[in-house]
Design a protein around this ligand. Structure first.
Ligand code: CO8
Length: 259
């Protein structure tokens, strides 16, 4: 079925796909259908050998201004519990290929949380990040209190979550939330450049490296080191390891096949 609220570009560059959130009139507010479409698109792209890196973007004015408040406003706690919308987020989290968020304008509430679910973040100078849920009587629910705190530390996370203050792209960069800031006309291009750089590498090594870095968030150092070591050993079962190391010895550019 054709998605209604996202646009999928399977090859925006070699081996690079893009999912564009596309509810511009509502500043890309994340309703349930949009999130399901993102989940389904990621599942397809994650299984597609012609794709190695996936960019998620919005438009210049908004990456996403949060969960759809109008859709949530009349809900009861049991409605929320039964809808179980976060199973969609859990599925997105399982994406094995690197996800790069290309952010311009508002990345608020669930929008900021979706950005933080990505592995790297390229922002335009106009980007604004925030967790303003407190201003509408709730709090972050899709990982904001945890991922923001891990990314920027307790002081700034606490301030953002308790006051709802938006931070600029520059402040987000200084705080370690995002990877780079560029002028608005370049943010997508810059995200594609970063994606192409990663897409030229061994997709197997990239996936295992991503998995290992993420392990740092939810395990002890000992457990994480053990996990990393297993993935490192496992890569010696790949053609890409042979090709990568042989190419280095022969002083040529490696050709990675993902085998
Ligand atoms: N939900 C629904 N509609 C929205 C949302 C939203 N989050 N944000 C903006 N819109 C709509 C507006 O209602 C408006 O619609 P209409 O034209 O029909 O009135 C349209 O988008 C344009 O918005 P504004 O006129 O308000 O545009 P401004 O440029 O004046 O203001 C702001 C932009 C500052 C971004 C303002 O729209 C705003 O404050 N939006 C809400 C931000 C917010 O509170 N986000 C958090 C939502 S709660 C949340 O995300 C919970 C996360 C946990 C669950 C995650 C599951 C996905």
């Amino acid at each position: 079925m054709q998605p209604e609220y996202i646009i999928i570009h399977r090859q925006i560059a070699p081996y690079v796909a893009q999912i564009q959130l596309n509810r511009p009139k509502e500043l890309n507010a994340l309703n349930l259908q949009l999130m399901t479409e993102v989940k389904e698109a990621l599942k397809v792209l994650d299984a597609d050998d012609g794709v190695r890196v996936i960019i998620i973007s919005g438009n210049e004015k908004a990456f996403a201004a949060g969960a759809d408040i109008k859709q949530m406003a009349g809900k009861t706690a049991m409605d929320m519990f039964n809808t179980d919308q976060f199973s969609t987020w859990d599925a997105i989290k399982k994406t094995k290929k690197p996800l790069i968020a290309a952010v311009s304008g508002f990345a608020l509430g669930g929008g900021c949380e979706l950005v933080m679910l990505c592995d790297m973040i390229v922002a335009s100078e106009t980007a604004r990040f925030g967790q303003p849920e407190i201003k509408i009587g709730v709090m972050p629910g899709a990982g904001g209190t945890q991922r923001l705190t891990r990314a920027v530390g307790k002081a700034l996370a606490m301030e953002m979550v308790l006051t709802g203050r938006f931070i600029t792209a520059e402040e987000a960069l200084r705080a370690g939330l995002i990877n780079r800031v560029v002028p608005v006309e370049l943010y997508l291009q810059e995200a594609v450049k970063l994606a192409e750089e990663i897409a030229a590498l061994s997709p197997l090594a990239v996936k295992m490296a991503k998995e290992s870095v993420l392990k740092a968030f939810d395990s002890s150092l000992e457990e994480g080191l053990h996990f990393e070591r297993k993935n490192f050993y496992l890569l010696f079962a790949s053609d890409d390891q042979k090709e990568g190391m042989q190419a280095f010895v022969e002083k040529r550019t490696p050709i990675f096949t993902g085998k």
